[in-house]
Design a protein. Structure first.
Length: 153
């Protein structure tokens, strides 16, 4: 498995300049000279580390939410294979990212249609067909919670 620097070393200087610029890195040294390829790689690596990003942290693949709800996956991170080698798991169907909410786990709050209508658009939203509204929770502060509209009868 290639290291972060080895992956970047395979790219051209122009690609590295574009990546460094995208991350907010400087393309010239303090004395005004253009940075070398090695210096650009180091800039990108440091900017990624400062931002809490890693080159291999992005999860790949697809996920079946119905099957995912039936079993608990391990947290993303390092694993040990059957042969004893250590690797980092990045496949979506093998890990659960912390803090994700899947359909059945939502705890809905019930509000009237009139309350939903009167709520300012800055304090409500619809995500994947589920309505959410901002609430003040005594223990956690301001939260965005899923809501269902109760029927008036």
């Amino acid at each position: 498995m290639k290291s972060e620097k080895e992956k970047l070393a395979a790219k051209s200087v122009e690609q590295l300049k574009a990546a460094a610029k995208r991350l907010g890195g400087k393309l010239v040294t303090p004395d005004g000279k253009a940075k070398t390829k090695v210096q650009l790689i180091n800039t990108i690596v440091m900017k990624n580390r400062l931002a809490g990003k890693s080159m291999g942290a992005k999860q790949t693949g697809t996920s079946n939410k119905a099957k995912d709800l039936q079993r608990k996956a391990k947290a993303p991170g390092k694993r040990t294979s059957a042969k004893g080698k250590v690797y980092t798991e990045t496949r979506k169907n093998r890990t659960d990212k912390p803090g994700t909410m899947l359909g059945d786990n939502l705890k809905y709050r019930y509000i009237s249609a009139d309350t939903w209508r009167k709520t300012n658009k800055d304090f409500k939203t619809v995500i994947n067909g589920v309505k959410y509204k901002m609430f003040l929770d005594e223990s956690r502060g301001t939260i965005l919670a899923p809501v269902k509209i109760k029927k008036e009868s």
